[in-house]
Design a protein around this ligand. Structure first.
Ligand SMILES: NC(=O)c1ccc[n+]([C@@H]2O[C@H](COP(=O)([O-])OP(=O)(O)OC[C@H]3O[C@@H](n4cnc5c(N)ncnc54)[C@H](O)[C@@H]3O)[C@@H](O)[C@H]2O)c1
Ligand SMILES: O=P(O)(O)OC[C@H]1O[C@H](O[C@H]2[C@H](O)[C@@H](O)[C@@H](O)O[C@@H]2CO)[C@H](O)[C@@H](O)[C@@H]1O
Ligand SMILES: [Mn+2]
Length: 436
């Protein structure tokens, strides 16, 4: 049986890598139709040019469509791979720069920049899920759209029965960096990890070939040798440098690098350039690359420089689809309702833990014991502040939004919370629900 895949956020620079990965895996994941769905005509048609070129160049037999029409995009589709960025890069710039202006962390998924993005994302994502409900109620949504916890929590409340798996490949990126830095084979690992999205810790990394937990020796190497960051861009190299410090300060576990926004907000703010943030790097990098590739293809010049490849970001989501289709129970780190998976954390938290993926969806693997108070305390405050923001969204409540902002651990006090919230309300306009 062949499948139809709709990529929501078709214009994203991640699309070529995902499409190539799908097509390289066609023996285990047969796909006869790929549809690119977007709300931005230029982004979507530009991406169609690139993807069509890659399909032809590799001689793949698959039909490709790009559309802004939800019916055309979703009707009878089997899988929706979602990667939308509501408000686009221009609004990401605001998420990053407004908090920095007030002296606090400005980041797209963490802190109140993540909340600003989250308020937009919940609105756009729920509209997209409604389209799937209307036109392809049996389709599986495999979601990468950020901020993942907020998006997952809002879907859980509005569409409790929709077939969705929420995934982030940051743990893959961390593991690949560890393996590359210290000479391990990641394929041999069974990792134990718990937390919230972009807010968690490795508990163990069991290496099957060595028959032991290698986490203690990995911690030792991170602290004493440091990561090999030569293959990373400058800002990711910087993030992993700070992660080394985090491991040295708290050497019992390996943290997700994103925790640095909550543990070292002052260092992040001191180092940031409030007039040139990650959004500007993306505009000058990934987004330019798309325009240049389209230009080259259209003018049939320098085609070898149209440089897109399959990658682990695509592989992660394709492997999930295969495990769903064949009921394989493969193991993935996923974002799911807690329901006891972390025993001493509230049941209704949305957590990130290892799960089996089978025909029914994600089945969380429960921890055998409680998590330590340090992690539990940090997580409880984060869960409460994220829940309050989702409450603010559904109840259109300014008060709940202010509480969410005040409780966020990157914010020092209620005065700053209110200042940043008020400016973000103004700058987001209709991208947010109106708060009363
Ligand atoms: N979870 C992860 O590990 C992970 C990894 C990478 C990217 N992401 C997420 O993937 C998404 C895409 O990232 P990007 O940097 O490529 O963004 P991008 O802005 O370059 O591309 C996103 C695309 O989504 C489109 N879009 C916006 N709103 C839409 C809507 N309502 N319906 C359909 N399409 C819409 C835009 O027009 C754009 O073409 C973001 O949410 C990002 O945070 C997640
Ligand atoms: O700043 P960006 O837009 O380049 O990246 C933001 C995303 O960063 C993480 O994703 C990594 C991913 O983990 C890695 O495998 C590879 O695909 O690169 C991505 C970064 O470009 C993060 O997990 C995502 O949630 C962010 O959207
Ligand atoms: Mn992520």
């Amino acid at each position: 049986m062949t499948n139809k895949v709709t990529i929501a956020g078709g214009g994203s620079g991640y699309t070529p890598g995902i499409v190539l990965t799908i097509l390289e895996n066609r023996a285990s994941f047969p796909v006869d139709e790929i549809r690119l769905y977007d709300i931005d005509e230029k982004r979507n048609s530009d991406m169609k040019v690139i993807v069509q070129y890659l399909i032809q160049k590799n001689g793949y037999d698959v039909s490709l469509k790009a559309t802004l029409d939800p019916k055309e995009a979703f009707e009878n589709t089997d899988f929706v791979f979602s990667q939308i960025r509501v408000g686009g890069i221009k609004m990401r710039e605001i998420d990053e720069k407004v908090p920095l202006k007030h002296g606090v962390v400005g980041q797209e998924t963490c802190g109140v920049g993540g909340f600003s993005y989250g308020m937009r994302s919940m609105k756009g994502f729920l509209e997209m899920v409604q389209h799937v409900q209307d036109y392809a109620p049996d389709a599986w949504i495999l979601n990468y759209t950020n901020p993942e916890t907020l998006v997952a929590e809002s879907v859980r409340r509005q569409f409790p029965d929709i077939k969705i798996i929420n995934a982030c490949d940051q743990t893959i990126a961390i593991e690949e960096l560890i393996a590359y830095s210290f000479g391990y084979e990641r394929e041999n690992w069974i990792s134990s990890y718990y937390g919230l999205n972009h807010f968690g810790w490795y508990k163990a990394i069991y290496d099957v070939s060595k028959q032991k937990d290698i986490m203690p020796e990995v911690i030792d190497q991170i602290v004493n040798e440091g990561f090999k960051t030569d293959q990373l861009g400058e800002s990711w190299a910087k993030a992993f440098k700070l992660m080394e410090r985090m491991v040295a300060d708290f050497p019992t576990h390996i943290p997700n690098n994103y925790l640095e926004y909550y543990l070292y907000p002052n260092l992040i703010v001191e180092e940031a350039d409030p007039s040139y943030t990650r959004a500007n790097e993306i505009m000058d990098g990934r987004l330019k690359q798309i325009e240049e590739a389209v230009e080259k293809i259209k003018s049939a010049s320098s085609m070898d420089e149209v440089d897109y490849e399959s990658n682990s970001h695509g592989q992660y989501i394709v492997d999930m689809a295969v495990s769903l289709l064949n009921n394989e129970n493969r193991r993935f780190m996923l974002i799911v309702p807690n329901k006891g998976a972390i025993p001493n954390l509230r049941e209704d938290a949305v957590v990130e833990v290892p799960c089996y993926v089978n025909a029914e969806g994600a089945e969380p693997i429960s921890l055998r014991e409680d998590i330590p108070d340090f992690h539990k305390g940090l997580m409880e405050a984060q869960v409460a502040s994220e829940k309050l923001l989702v409450d603010a969204f559904f109840e259109k409540s300014y008060q709940k939004a202010l509480e969410a902002f005040t409780l966020n651990q990157s914010i020092p006090n209620a005065v700053i919370a209110k200042r940043v919230l008020d400016e973000l309300i103004e700058r987001n306009g209709d991208f947010w629900v109106e708060l009363n």
